[in-house]
Write a protein that binds this ligand. Structure first.
Ligand code: 4NP
Length: 156
């Protein structure tokens, strides 16, 4: 069974949305896999996702209010097969903890699934309004559609 880890900075906006949407799509597709999320900023550890993230997810039939923020740890490289980051800062944060080349090979920008090689960022919606969270959802919807497709094709 494949295990996927979504990583952002606060683990209260982008990565819990990514976790929820992918888990729901895998369930709907009858694919057995595990999904988790985490961040690098300690400030929100133990918190539920941001209320705007919860709301946008709920509007799309996905429930993330019970998730709790946690920090990335080196053992996540042992636990997970694929580690998807939202932006360059997250990539650098994860890379700074990587112990081996094999660890680093597990890490990629989530938008590279939809736009290979682009290293496109999912912008942090925290300081904007709800429209930013809807945009985040649209981007993650695209990326996770491709993740499910790639799992089906044996490419992930
Ligand atoms: P996220 O957004 O990385 O998408 O969860 C953020 C939320 C909170 C903070 C940073 C990013 N913060 O530093 O409080």
């Amino acid at each position: 069974m494949k295990k996927f880890l979504m990583v952002c900075l606060g683990n209260i906006c982008r990565s819990p949305m990514a976790e929820g949407i992918l888990r729901e799509k895998l369930r709907a597709a009858n694919i057995e896999a595990e999904v988790d999320s985490c961040g690098f900023e300690a400030f929100h550890v133990g918190d539920s996702p941001d209320h705007r993230a919860i709301e946008v997810a709920r509007a799309n039939g996905v429930h993330i209010s019970r998730l709790k923020a946690r920090l990335f740890k080196a053992s996540d490289f042992d636990e997970f097969d694929h580690i998807f980051v939202m932006d360059k800062t997250n990539y650098n944060d994860v890379a700074s903890v990587a112990r081996t080349e094999k660890d680093l090979e597990k890490v990629d920008f989530i938008m590279n699934r939809a736009y290979p090689g682009s290293n496109m960022a999912v912008p942090d919606p925290y300081y904007g309004g709800t429209s930013g969270f809807r945009k985040t959802w649209e981007m993650l919807d695209q990326a996770t559609n491709r993740i499910v497709e790639d799992i089906r094709k044996g490419k992930l």
